[in-house]
Each structure stands twice: as structure tokens, then as C-alpha cells.
Design a protein around this ligand. Structure first.
Ligand code: GLC
Ligand code: CA
Length: 553
């Protein structure tokens, strides 16, 4: 099995990364242009979100053809060049496989709509009348999860947008088609895959109303999920690949099974529980300050649980669906730099494989769009309407989007201080973040030895240098406050201790006698020492420290 423990994955949202032909839309040549930058940062894999032909109703997660490139992004020759040039730099590509659903523009769905029964069996169609959807399940983007096709007198299931029809994995032909897709990309030289909402693909045979929730309890980690995953990975011949599954509303028990090597399913899992600690009653659209007790508890539970079960976590704060972490749990003002570094370090030293989302390495902020006109995301536009229907004012609805919209992370990458941040010479498809400033650009931070960027470079290099980070055991220490997280990593004689103050205020922690023999390996404040004579160490706002008995970098 490929070793993925000492690797770091960098996620690229091609649409917003770099536009080379002046159409305001990022492209594959733009990624090629930035390969030296990525090599300099030190990452091993680039996860590219979908660039396949797509009507772009969900920014490419509505795939119309799994084995081609959307001309907006470039050509197959561009991708082949990217694969080859990546390889020269020791950088592999991780492609995003959206196998829960296809676009309704996909030829399979078009044939289904045209009445071909064989292709209707590729999807989840149910006979019915227009007034009565088969179940009361809700779409993740709002509204019913079912769409009626009058011509066929049938409903089809769509857990996401109306133009994203769920595939029927119980049909062996569908599973064969998807294996073919993996083989196609494998033959092109791709060595890693991310599987989009993969734990939703196995639906229950009998579908019933959900009187407790939106239906997710029936199809998340569904009845045949482990069996289907094993089959897919084995038959496509990707057991040795680096693979990560995006797991929606999952459980620790299932994630252990998805990622424990002996199960031969996936290398690792994304779960989102830690990113729901600021959801009021679990509702993404109901704002609440982060519950730090819960946040800490979840990290401890998942880290210890996955370790015990021999599973493996994908470590992350940011992606193309999440608000920027510095805006969310850090500070956009005077502690911007400190909090960005602390949040980075907090997850990068845990047990798992870290993921960096484009712009995170320079501490990019939320979009702060002043009105609905700036938003592009289908989920945001749907929920804006729903919030108004619920009686919210436009100000309230805009404030909710400002905190929760997926567009917060989709603003153009900030390469330099030009009008469009060096992303494009033309007006970008989505406006720049209102938090865009000179300080938060690649160009400025590459020159600054104290920048967020330099810090990311350092923590990536440390993972390569000290096996204890990639392979050590983890344990957590009691700190007496919800605002300070402390953990230790151990491998043979090597030990490191990681201290994170999540608070905007100072926090006192008890000094551990053992630290006396440790050096400070990394921190986000200048020249701090822990006075071993004192019992208490006062951590500065958002302070982050790594101590250890390994030699200094
Ligand atoms: C995943 C993707 C998200 C997409 C959804 C449906 O959650 O990350 O962007 O909208 O799946 O494909
Ligand atoms: Ca372009």
C-alpha cells in the first residue's frame, strides 16, 4: 500500500486558481504555471476538483462526461502535460470522482429520459403522481429530494441539485461503468483519487418517509456501502493508490472500516463533525459561536478512536465547501497571522494526512460580499430564498450567507496585489474577497520569513523530517480549559508536545516537568521560552507551540 502518512495534499479549485487565457475562469494551464510554487511549498499531491464537461450548475460536481475535459478548463493534452510536469517535481494528481450522481446532461440520463429502460435502471426512478413524491426526504441544497418527470410519470432521486441525479449502485452495470472510469484515469497516469460523498451511494431497498430528519439516516453509510467500495477498489485495481472518501454525516465506526488497511477500502476519510460545532442544533443556516468544548471533544474522540481502530483521518479545516477557517475560528484583525498559524499547526501535527486548500497557506479570509448579487453558488442562492421565505430580512439573509456560504472559499486565489490578485487580467467569474489586501498575497508572503506561507512551508518540511509526526502515536493532555488543546506524539524515543490556544484571550496552562528536557521546535510568537521554574505558563492569544526532544529545524 502506498504510504500516505508523510504526505501533504494541496486542494486546487481550478476555476478560481489561475486563469491564463483571460476569460476570467481558471484553467489547467494555470495550474501548470504554478507548479514551481507548489513544489516550493513542499506538497506531494494536488487534489483537483472536477474539470470534466459539465453544465456547471454545481461548479463541476454535476458531471456530464467522466472521461473528458471541459474546454473551459483546457484540453486532454493540457492535463497530460500537467501530469508529466507534476511527476518531474514529485507531485501527483488526485482526481475528484463524483460517483453518487451524474449531471442530467450525462448521456446515461438523457437516454433514461428518452425512455430507454436500461438507462432508467442506472438511476433511482419511482413511478408516481406529481402531487406525491415517493418519500419526504429533503435535498441537501433545499427542497424535496425528488424531481418529477411528467413525460415518464416517474420521480427521480436527487440528493443535491435537480440537475444531479443519483446513480443506482445496486445495478451492477453502474458499478462496472464507474470502474471503467477509474481504469481510464489510471491509464493516464493518475495515482490518487478523492471520492465525492461516497458514503451516500448505497440506498436502502425500501424507501420510507423520515419523521425524525431529512432522510439521511437511511442512506448515509448505507446497507451495502462497504461491499461496494471493496469491489470498486479491487476491480479497478487501485488498492495501492492514495484514496480519500468524503463522508457525509458519518460515524467513527464506519470511518474505521473505510480506512483500516486490512479492509482494503480507502486510505483515509474526511468527516465534518468538527466543522459543525458552530451550527445551532445542527442547522448550517442557524448561526452560533463555536462550541469549543465540543470541538475539542470531537478531535479527541476521532483521533483516539481512529488510532485504536487502525483507521486514518484526512486532517483539514478548509475546502471549497467551507468558510475560511481564519474568519471562522481565528481573527481577521490584529491576530490574523497568529491565528492562521495556530490553526494550521493544530491539525498538521495530529495523526493523519493534512490537506491544505488553496489560499489557506496565505491565510485568506471569507468573501464578505455586501449583497446577494455577488454570490454564485447554487446552495447559497437556494438558501437565500428559503431564509427570506422563513421571514428573515435581506440583511439577515446576507449576514447568514456571509458566515456560511460556500462562495467564501471560492474567491480568486490572491497571487499578488493587482486588481484581480494576479488570478486573471479579466474580471473573474466570481468577485474577489473583500478581505483582499496586499499582506494576504503569495508575492508578499514569499518574501517574509515570518509569514503564514513560510509557516506552512516549515510544518510541511517538519512532517518530512520527523517520522514522529507522520507515524507517531497520539495522546491528549488535560489542560483545564476548553480553549487550550494539548497533545503529544510519540515514536520510539521521539516525543513532541503541541500546545494550541484557541482563544483570543491569554490562557494559563500548567507546566509539565518533563518539558524541561524539551526544546521549543516551533511557535507563532517571537522568542518565547517556557520558564520551568514556574508552575504556570501564560499562553498569548492564539499562541501555538511545539516542544520536543528531536533536534531543531
Ligand atoms: C460534495 C462536494 C460539493 C458538492 C457535493 C455534491 O460535498 O464537495 O461541492 O456540491 O458533493 O456533489
Ligand atoms: Ca481561463
Amino acid at each position: 500500500m502506498a504510504d500516505f502518512r508523510d504526505k501533504v495534499v494541496y486542494q486546487i479549485y481550478p476555476k478560481s486558481f489561475r486563469d491564463t487565457n483571460g476569460d476570467g475562469f481558471g484553467d489547467i494551464p494555470g495550474i501548470i504555471e504554478k507548479l514551481d510554487y507548489l513544489q516550493g511549498l513542499g506538497v506531494d499531491y494536488l487534489w483537483l476538483t472536477p474539470f470534466f464537461p459539465s453544465p456547471q450548475n454545481d461548479n463541476g460536481y454535476d458531471v456530464a462526461d467522466y472521461c473528458a475535459i471541459d474546454p473551459k478548463f483546457g484540453t486532454m493534452a493540457d492535463l497530460e502535460e500537467l501530469i508529466a510536469k507534476g511527476e518531474e517535481r514529485g507531485i501527483g494528481l488526485m482526481l475528484d470522482m463524483v460517483f453518487n450522481h451524474t449531471s442530467t446532461e450525462h448521456v446515461w440520463f438523457r437516454k433514461a429520459l428518452a425512455g430507454e429502460e436500461e438507462y432508467q435502471k442506472y438511476y433511482i426512478f419511482k413511478d408516481g403522481i406529481p402531487e406525491q413524491p415517493p418519500t419526504n426526504w429533503q435535498s441537501k441544497f433545499g427542497g424535496s429530494a425528488w424531481e418529477y418527470v411528467p413525460g415518464l410519470k416517474k420521480w427521480y432521486l436527487r440528493l443535491y441539485d435537480v440537475t444531479q441525479a443519483d446513480l443506482n449502485w445496486d445495478n451492477p452495470k453502474v458499478r462496472e461503468e464507474l470502474k471503467e472510469v477509474l481504469r481510464f484515469w489510471k491509464n493516464k497516469g493518475i495515482g490518487a483519487f478523492r471520492f465525492d460523498v461516497i458514503n451516500l451511494v448505497s440506498k436502502p431497498e425500501r424507501m420510507e418517509d423520515d419523521f425524525e430528519g431529512d432522510g439521511r439516516r437511511f442512506y448515509s453509510d448505507g446497507p451495502h456501502i462497504h461491499e461496494y467500495l471493496k469491489e470498486l477498489v479491487k476491480d479497478a485495481g487501485i488498492e495501492d493508490f492514495v484514496t480519500v472518501g468524503e463522508m457525509s454525516s458519518t460515524s467513527l465506526e464506519h470511518c474505521i472500516r473505510y480506512s483500516a488497511p486490512k479492509e482494503k477500502e480507502l486510505s483515509m476519510c474526511f468527516n465534518f463533525h468538527h466543522l459543525k460545532t458552530d451550527y445551532k442544533n445542527g442547522d448550517k443556516w442557524a448561526l452560533m459561536p463555536t462550541d469549543y468544548r465540543k470541538l475539542k471533544g470531537l478531535f479527541m474522540e476521532w483521533q483516539m478512536g481512529m488510532q485504536k481502530g487502525d483507521g486514518w483521518n484526512a486532517l483539514f479545516w478548509c475546502n471549497h465547501d467551507q468558510p475560511r477557517i481564519v474568519s471562522r475560528m481565528g481573527d481577521e484583525g490584529i491576530y490574523w497571522r497568529e491565528s492562521a498559524k495556530m490553526l494550521a499547526g493544530m491539525i498538521h501535527f495530529m495523526r493523519g494526512t493534512p490537506y491544505i486548500y488553496q489560499g489557506e497557506e496565505i491565510g485568506m479570509l471569507n468573501a464578505h460580499y455586501p449583497s446577494i448579487e455577488q454570490y454564485r453558488d447554487v446552495e447559497s442562492l437556494n438558501y437565500y430564498r428559503i431564509l427570506l421565505e422563513q421571514g428573515k430580512t435581506t440583511e439577515e439573509a446576507v449576514a447568514t450567507l456571509a458566515a456560511r456560504s460556500r462562495d467564501n472559499s471560492r474567491t480568486p486565489m490572491q497571487w499578488n496585489g493587482e486588481k484581480y490578485g494576479g488570478f486573471s487580467e479579466a474580471e473573474p467569474w466570481i468577485p474577489m474577497s473583500a478581505g483582499f489586501r496586499e499582506e494576504i498575497t503569495v508575492e508578499a508572503q514569499q518574501k517574509d520569513s515570518d509569514s503564514v506561507f513560510t509557516f506552512y512551508k516549515k510544518i510541511i518540511a517538519m512532517r518530512k523530517k520527523y517520522p514522529v509526526i507522520a507515524k507517531g502515536e497520539i495522546s491528549f493532555s488535560e489542560t483545564g480549559t476548553d480553549m487550550v488543546l494539548a497533545y503529544e506524539r510519540m515514536l520510539e524515543g521521539q516525543r513532541i508536545v503541541v500546545l494550541c490556544n484557541l482563544d483570543r484571550k491569554k490562557q494559563d496552562i500548567k507546566v509539565d516537568g518533563e518539558w524541561g528536557s524539551y526544546r521549543i521546535l516551533l511557535g507563532n510568537y517571537k522568542q518565547r521560552e517556557i520558564d520551568m521554574e514556574k508552575e504556570i505558563y501564560t499562553m498569548e492569544p492564539y499562541e501555538f507551540i511545539v516542544l520536543g526532544n528531536v533536534e531543531e529545524m
